[in-house]
Design a binder for this molecule. Sequence first.
Ligand SMILES: [Zn+2]
Length: 231
Amino acid sequence: MNASQTDSILTGQTESHLSPVSESKARLHQAVVIPLENLRKKAHRAGFELEVVSGFRSFEAQVAIWNAKASGQRAVLDARGKVLDISQLSPRELVYSILHWSALPGASRHHWGTDLDVIDRLSVPPGYSVQLTEAEVRPGGMFGALHDWLDRHMHEEGFFRPYQRDMGGVQPERWHLSHSPTAQPLFKAHNPALLEAAIAGSALTLKDEILAELPEIFDRFFLRISDAPRV
Ligand SMILES: [Zn+2]
C-alpha cells in the first residue's frame, strides 16, 4: 500500500480496500473480514448473533452527520445523553459538544474500515430500534451479555475497544470494536497536517472554528484511546 493510498484511507476518501461483511449491509477493510468471521462463529457457538450495524463510513457521510448536527437538523447530546439547546452555545462550544459523540470528518476510525459497531441480533426485541446507548451495552443491558463475552474473547481475533473508558475525549462506546493489527499502523500514520488538508477542502460547517482548534481536537478526540494492544 503506497503513501497516498494510506492517506486516502485515513481520511475516508477511498473505498478500494473494502469488502462486504456477511449478514450485514456494512463494509470493512478486507484484512478484517476473516478475523470478524472467526469471531462471529465463536460468538454463535456461545449463543450470540454478532451483527455489524456500522462499519466503513466515508468522509462525505461523516460531513453529512456533522453538518446536520451543527445546523440543528439532528440532535446534539451532552456527555450524559441529554439533548442540548445549541442556540445557547458559542461556535467553539458547539464544536466540542458535537465531538462528544461524533467524530470530526477526516478523524473517524470508521473511515478506515477497521472499526465497527456491533450488537447481538438475538437479544433485540421485535419492533425495537437499536440506539447504541450506554443502557443497551452495560452489564445487564440488552447487549450486556454479548459484551461481557467479547471482553473475554475478542482479543483472540485481534479486536479491542478504543473507547473503553472516558479519556477526556470521545465518550465510552462499548459497542465500538477495532481490529488492532489493521488499525494500529493507520493510527500511527495519521497526523494533523493530513487532517487539516482534508478539512480545508471540505464543505464542513464551523470549518474556521475547527481549524483554529485542530491541534487540541486531534489530541483529545483522535489520539486518546484506551487499551490498544501492542502489534
Ligand atoms: Zn463506532
